[in-house]
Design a protein around this ligand. Structure first.
Ligand SMILES: NC(=O)c1ccc[n+]([C@@H]2O[C@H](COP(=O)([O-])OP(=O)(O)OC[C@H]3O[C@@H](n4cnc5c(N)ncnc54)[C@H](OP(=O)(O)O)[C@@H]3O)[C@@H](O)[C@H]2O)c1
Length: 360
């Protein structure tokens, strides 16, 4: 039986779902994959880092969290107030990182992921910030350390987009990617297509809990830019900065513009796009770009676009997300699914953990 010792940083919505899922699937993991996954350490901002070498009891952890008791009340644990020190002192086979990393600095996730990779641990993360700002460097570090860094939940949550690109479509030449990658923005635009103003649609989304009280990261495109940067790294092997993404949000869109598009048989969507271009602006494949025969640049954009109704992205409504991957073979693949939610994010991390377990 293979053993996989996990360090789980972040025990909020996603971290707790993942812990519970591991507990519920324990027997299945052993029978089907011949692996025992044990959580040996957990950390949160308020409670620091706890560790027990023979594994933490998941129901006890969940009970402590649900009843707002300190995780240090778990029997037999060693505690570090400084999470990095705890992680470096104890290690494990895999870091499962689910802290609330910011899109501006990538912290705290970025430091944790770097430390774990440097320690020779595999990493799965649901945090966009670190992967958007330093994905290329982190993947290089993972390669140098001969470990895996997986991040399925960072784009379209647990809907399998990155594994589709990395594994399912391995060997294809990607020409371009287009996506509707933010459910909050898409639900606002769907409501505007039904006649609401931007302010009315935002207020509705906030009342339903789809939009934050400060919706800036969503409606100004920061969240979609972060996902676009991750896709640039994973799909094209190119590290772009946020400033290199041509970006415009949805806050100035009017009901009249939405109606005008509909009158023309179109629908306005907030589209993230990536495509390889030659110097004269012609689209080229990744294989041509990689051959180095001609200089190419990766164009990245996040902006409202009026799409014909025949476009698969035009038919994605509400909280759904979708991505269209254009390649040489097969010509075009579309993946549609939920782009948020604790089940989805946790499921993406679980799938990443299982991929690591299978490869060991
Ligand atoms: N929820 C979703 O639907 C979803 C979907 C896709 C991706 N994600 C991403 O997944 C990550 C986790 O999301 P979430 O919804 O689980 O967030 P959350 O409920 O706010 O939980 C965040 C957890 O991280 C801990 N934390 C915060 N700062 C920390 C620090 N400096 N060191 C160690 N732990 C720290 C928090 O500790 P305390 O409990 O002590 O505050 C909490 O346990 C985020 O990056 C999010 O963007 C979430």
């Amino acid at each position: 039986m293979k053993q996989l010792r996990l360090s789980l940083l972040g025990f909020g919505t996603v971290g707790r779902w993942l812990a519970e899922a591991l507990h519920l699937r324990q027997a299945w993991l052993q029978q089907e994959l011949d692996v025992v996954m044990t959580i040996v350490s957990v950390a949160t901002a308020h409670h620091g880092f706890i560790y027990r070498g023979d594994g933490l009891d998941i129901p006890t952890l969940l009970e402590l969290a649900d009843t707002r008791q300190p995780l240090t009340a778990h029997p037999g644990v060693t505690h570090w107030a400084n999470i990095l020190e705890g992680l470096q002192a104890t290690g494990g086979d895999v870091l499962a990182e689910a802290t609330g990393a910011t899109l501006r600095s990538g912290e705290p996730g970025l430091s944790y992921i770097r430390a774990a990779l440097a320690h020779g641990m595999h990493v799965v993360t649901s945090s966009k910030g670190p992967m958007a700002l330093a994905g290329s460097d982190l993947l290089s570090l993972a390669r140098a350390q001969a470990v895996q860094l997986r991040m399925e939940s960072t784009v379209m949550s647990g809907t399998p987009v990155l594994s589709t690109i990395r594994e399912g479509m391995a060997g294809t030449n990607i020409r371009a990617i287009r996506g509707v990658l933010n459910g909050t923005v898409n639900s606002i635009l769907s409501a505007m297509a039904l006649g609401r103003t931007y302010a009315e649609a935002l207020a509705e989304a906030q009342a339903l809990g789809y939009a934050e009280s400060d919706p800036t990261d969503d409606v100004e495109g920061d969240d979609a830019v972060a996902k676009t940067l991750i896709l640039a790294t994973v799909s094209f092997g190119r590290a772009l900065t946020p400033e290199q993404v041509v970006r415009s949000g949805i806050t100035t869109l009017t009901r009249e513009q939405m109606q005008q598009a509909l009158d023309q048989g179109k629908c306005i969507k907030h589209v993230s796009s990536l495509r390889l271009l030659s110097a004269d602006g012609t689209e080229v494949s990744r294989a041509t770009a990689n051959s180095g025969s001609i200089p190419t640049r990766l164009e990245a954009r996040v902006e409202p676009q009026a799409l014909p109704l025949s476009d698969p992205l035009a038919r994605i409504d509400g909280l759904l997300n979708a991505i269209v991957i254009q390649t040489d073979t097969p010509a075009e693949v579309t993946v549609i699914g939920p782009g948020a939610g604790r089940f989805q994010a946790g499921q993406g991390m679980l799938a990443d953990l299982i991929a690591i377990a299978k490869s060991r």
